[in-house]
Design a protein around this ligand. Structure first.
Ligand SMILES: O=c1nc[nH]c2c1ncn2[C@H]1C[C@H](O)[C@@H](COP(=O)(O)OP(=O)(O)OP(=O)(O)O)O1
Ligand SMILES: [Mg+2]
Length: 209
């Protein structure tokens, strides 16, 4: 069956043109716009369209990415890409995980959230490891409800105190494996070459671009 884009449903491709970035996080919007740069796709932020920020009621990263993408596609009438991501700390049984944004509170205070993560690991005692990973689920939704999802991951270690002012969220306390600087100290291009978001994005490009 062909859709309005003239593509088969199962391999529907994203055509050059407008794509809503269904995120209210400026750091993510910046990274996704950079990743889309080479593909002739014009990113439009959810904020610029005044789209509401939906409640993230899903119990997985993919479920939350899908609900954000589907709402934005439905309301805008354009394809929409959403990202649901988080920091999973081994010593904290995967927390803050799905709740990574919520740990920063209504003021989005990631200094406080990073302190809470570090205090939580310290409370586990001197033998607690510092292993952690970021997960990024990307969901691409069309106005007719067609949706696809991709999940990426990057492994690393927590570092303390936080280092570097690049990036956003928990970047300053996360050092990817095989590197001796944090995401907060890294050039954006270097982060884009190895991050959980880059991993998910590479899968998306392979499938739909
Ligand atoms: O590369 C990253 N570097 C550092 N921190 C990160 C990263 N990726 C996700 N994170 C943390 C912070 C973010 O706030 C939370 C995701 O929560 P999440 O609900 O997916 O995003 P959000 O509420 O900030 O924006 P929105 O839902 O509008 O896309 O995980
Ligand atoms: Mg969110």
């Amino acid at each position: 069956m062909s859709d309005e884009y003239g593509q088969e449903q199962a391999i529907r491709k994203l055509k050059p043109g407008k794509l809503v970035i269904a995120s209210h996080n400026a750091g993510k919007v910046r990274e996704i716009a950079a990743l889309l740069g080479p593909y002739g796709i014009e990113p439009i932020s959810a904020a610029s369209l005044d789209l509401p920020e939906p409640e993230e009621t899903g119990t997985t990263f993919i479920a939350n990415a899908e609900l954000k993408a589907m709402q934005a596609a439905d309301l805008s009438g354009l394809p929409a890409l959403a990202d649901d991501s988080g920091l999973c700390v081994e010593a904290l049984n995967g927390d803050p995980g799905l709740f990574s944004a919520r740990w920063a509170g209504p003021d989005k205070d990631f200094g406080m959230a990073m302190q809470k993560v570090w205090d939580g690991v310290q409370a586990k005692g001197p033998d607690a490891g510092h292993g952690a990973h970021f997960i990024c689920a990307l969901s691409l939704a069309w106005p007719d409800g067609h949706v696809e999802a991709f999940e990426g991951r990057v492994d690393g270690l927590l570092v303390w105190p936080p280092r570097g002012a690049n990036g956003f969220g928990y970047d300053a306390m996360f050092q990817p494996l095989g590197h001796d600087i944090s995401f907060g100290e890294m050039d954006p291009d270097a982060k884009h070459a190895m991050s959980h978001r880059a991993d998910a994005f590479a899968q998306l490009v392979k499938a739909v671009i």
